[in-house]
Design a protein around this ligand. Sequence first.
Ligand code: F6R
Length: 242
Amino acid sequence: MKIIKTENYDHMSRIAANYIAAQITLKPDSVLGLATGSSPIGIYKELIRRYQAKDLDFSNVTSINLDEYRGLSPENEQSYRYFMDTNLFSHINIQKNRTFIPNGLEPDPQKACADYDQILEDCGGIDLQLLGLGNNGHIGFNEPADYYEKGTHCVNLTQSTIDANSRFFDSMDQVPRQAYTMGIQSIMKARKILLIISGGKKAEIVKEAFFGPITPKVPASVLQLHNDVTIVADSDALSLLS
Ligand code: F6R
């Protein structure tokens, strides 16, 4: 596990964008696993800037997102499909039909999850998976639990995640209680993992996840077992590491 310390959020975003840009440059038909949330927004801005400067070409890239809220339509501004379209896909030349996100409107969780696992298989696996870290140690929406879920599954979000996500909604009642998320095995199968972490609020969980025991109670701790993980984090997020 390689840890790269950056000065602040913007610096983290530029360094992490370097990794994604290198991946696309070296393998133009890369399959990228992508994430939503506050952490990757700066990276997406940087990738758009590089696309506009003609330094990056997304025309052969496939993207597979980690997760989607159950019950939200693509038009809902809080859906992850909407997030990805507005923060990245609509500004670059990726083929829209090569961008995959779990179908939040599929009412049958078994079908939604099986369909997504099939997409992952059809794409031949993920070359580079971008991850953020939840305040409770979640990756995707794999919440702290007694065991790891392997494939895509429907998850009941924990109160900590509902509280953290409420900042994007007008009221607490509107925050979805369930999501479809890629499982731990699918994430661990990615050939490379790029984890981005910013801010002092994450310092405690960073220490626990990457320097503590490997346990499904801290889902990200499983990344200690992956052989190609790069963490790009700002100095605040790393402040509790010696
Ligand atoms: C988002 C996702 C989540 C976030 C995590 C951190 O697709 O899967 O695991 O990466 O909740 O969120 P932020 O970046 O908002 O702190």
